[in-house]
Design a protein around this ligand. Structure first.
Ligand SMILES: [Zn+2]
Length: 304
């Protein structure tokens, strides 16, 4: 990763530019969604996990996990990381509105486990080696932390567990108020940006404060304990993906047709759902990091 950051800015711009031209499909909460998820998570870390995260972050992150939570989206089209590109989402059968790990978790070439839930499982078990000390060089722990943190955001974005033929809503072109967009992007970014503009004077800190307030003594206070419940990781991840496809069907796709304009009604009814998914992603990322870096008897069993 370090070498990539050192590459010339021209090469960087060229590569990123090409990536956007060649591969228009987008995945992942917007930059804002990922930043919020990671900031909420980092605020909920217990001391051991907070210290481990700080140790794993590169110096230039200044201890701020959220500053690198978008990194997996930035590098997914680079040659070296092209294999990660299918790890941001899950395609489920059209109109089934269900998710099944063994049926759905694969890449376009049917390689098993190459989807967002498989990736979270993989990077979590890599991080479990952190407690064994730095002698284990099989994995890049920093990258594992950044991928895990990013993908915990993605699995909570409902349209990341969408239908196959429309690419999770990417192929459903429509208008968001006055400008062109698509259904996937509405859930990735448009709703968050409209909320920021309409209610928070475009200030991400204010939105974050409100989400945290709702977790600590607001509308989600009673739910947080149940969001955090998790014995074995994979069943928990399957639950999060199932929640996403259920929301995608009920609130994402429902009543939406290609070519139409989505505006106030869609925004007002979906915004609370987007905020809740960001909050859940943050709370659950913290739960995983606390288990991974905390006392072994309270955490997940280490993979061998
Ligand atoms: Zn992503």
């Amino acid at each position: 990763m370090i070498s990539l950051w050192r590459s010339s800015s021209f090469g960087f711009v060229l590569l990123v530019g090409l990536a956007f031209i060649l591969l228009p499909r987008t995945h992942g909460w917007s930059k804002e969604g990922h930043i919020l998820t990671c900031r909420i998570a980092q605020g909920l870390l217990e001391p051991e996990a907070a210290e481990a995260v700080e140790n794993l972050l590169p110096h230039y992150a200044n201890g701020d996990l959220s500053s690198l939570c978008v990194w997996p989206d930035q590098i997914r089209h680079w040659y070296r990381y092209r294999w990660t590109s299918s790890l941001h989402f899950i395609d489920t059968p059209d109109d089934a509105c269900t998710y099944d790990y063994s049926r759905d978790c694969h890449d376009p070439h049917s390689v098993k486990d190459m989807c967002v839930t498989g990736a979270i499982q993989n990077f979590t078990s890599q991080l479990l080696h952190y407690r064994e000390g730095t002698s284990d060089r099989r994995h890049n722990m920093t990258e594992a932390l950044l991928f895990l943190s990013h993908f915990m955001g993605d699995v909570h974005q409902p349209m990341h567990v969408g239908f196959t033929s429309d690419e999770g809503g990417n192929a459903i072109a429509l208008r968001w108020f006055r400008h062109k967009s698509n259904l996937h992007h509405v859930w990735d970014r448009e709703i968050v940006l409209t909320a920021l503009a309409d209610y928070y004077e475009k200030n991400l800190d204010s939105l974050q404060e409100e989400i945290v307030r709702n977790l600590t003594d607001g509308i989600w206070f009673d739910d947080v304990a149940s969001w955090q419940e998790c014995g074995d990781l994979l069943p928990c991840l399957n639950k999060y993906a199932t929640e996403s496809i259920n929301i995608a069907c009920k609130w994402g796709y429902e009543g939406v047709k290609s070519g139409e304009t989505l505006a106030d009604e869609y925004f007002n009814s979906r915004m609370p759902i987007v905020m809740k998914r960001i909050a859940q992603g943050g709370v659950r990322l913290a739960m995983i990091l606390n288990k991974v870096f905390g006392q072994p008897e309270e955490g997940f069993a280490a993979a061998t």
